[in-house]
Design a protein around this ligand. Structure first.
Ligand code: G4P
Length: 285
């Protein structure tokens, strides 16, 4: 999947989301639990304005549980409700309906007081590509709904999916691209597999990953690459990993590109365990 950075696409995606907003009571903002901030779109608040929002930290199975808890608290401090879910396994689905009802409770009580008949909560999912939007829709719908392309401009009639008696979900999600002004966000998106073919240099991504592990999960780094201590010099660390993993070029030198591929693959496939790359105290909500 290729990320489109073009402002024209962003404007179009924004228009489409704005159109659909009118149809729903609440937004389910899907983010990657490993990178709640880097996988969100900074314009979302501006686009949805006063529309209530429930934050779903998806792929929680791959995130550091301790930090997921801290993220939920950080959102709570900002007056936002967040839930950790695993759309692939279907964990946390019941809680979504319950939380949506709680968020909308007052509004619904006001409607009741005016004599309006209660109807199911209407919701739409918004998120960046690959965050698990289709997986979640299918989970909630309990059937397989064809995946729509990530290309904005593919419009068709909206359909509502009934999720029990209490919730109706738009069958097409809103897609907003991540917006990265700093390379770190790009590295994190690349390391979590949100972007695959990337404009970023693979060695830079690997170096970022190694430094992050060194700082936050040094034991796991040492265990994976059988290190008794972490070398100060990043080149030496690359050399060690290269010799351990057979990434040697002709002539016996380290093949840095191949080594970078190995490191990035190890990070993407949870070889260091569950890791969270955005930190609530460093990347606040
Ligand atoms: P999108 O609609 O937002 O673009 O995302 P989609 O549902 O297609 O999900 C992207 C990938 O993420 C899928 O893997 C999906 O199975 C996986 N995924 C979604 N939710 C979860 C979750 O809670 N936990 C885990 N571990 N994985 C999840 P895929 O089809 O294998 O694609 P890929 O891995 O080749 O990208």
């Amino acid at each position: 999947m290729t990320i489109q950075w073009f402002p024209g696409h962003m404007a179009k995606a924004r228009r489409e989301v704005t159109e659909k907003l009118k149809l729903v009571d609440i937004i389910f903002e899907l983010v990657d639990a490993r990178i709640p901030i880097s996988s969100s779109n900074p314009m979302l608040q501006d686009i949805i304005q006063q529309k209530p929002r429930l934050i779903l930290l998806n792929k929680a199975d791959m995130a550091d549980q301790r930090l997921t808890k801290k993220w939920i608290e950080a959102y709570e401090d900002r007056g936002l409700k967040a839930l950790a879910i695993n759309a692939q396994a279907g964990n946390g689905m019941k809680e979504i309906v319950k939380a949506a009802q709680e968020i909308l409770h007052e509004k619904r009580e006001r409607q009741k007081a005016k004599g309006l008949k209660p109807r199911p909560v209407r919701a739409m999912i918004i998120g960046i590509p690959n965050v698990g939007k289709s997986t979640l829709i299918n989970r909630l719908a309990k059937k397989n709904i064809a995946k729509t392309g990530n290309t904005p401009g593919v419009t068709r009639a909206q359909q509502w999916i009934k999720v029990g008696k209490e919730l109706e979900l738009l069958d097409t999600p809103g897609i907003l691209w991540p917006k990265f002004e700093d390379p770190e966000t790009g590295y994190k998106l690349a390391l979590t597999g949100a972007i695959k073919d990337t404009l970023l240099n693979m060695q830079d991504i690997a170096v970022f990953g190694l430094r992050y592990l060194e700082e936050n999960y040094p034991d796991r780094l040492m265990e994976r690459y059988e290190l008794s201590e972490i070398p100060d010099d990043i080149d030496h660390l690359f050399d060690h990993i290269a010799s351990q993993r057979g990434c040697i070029a002709q002539g016996g030198d380290t093949d840095y590109d191949k080594t970078a591929d190995v490191i990035v693959k190890d990070l993407r496939t949870q070889k260091f365990g569950t890791i969270t790359f955005d930190l609530p105290d460093k990347d606040p909500v």
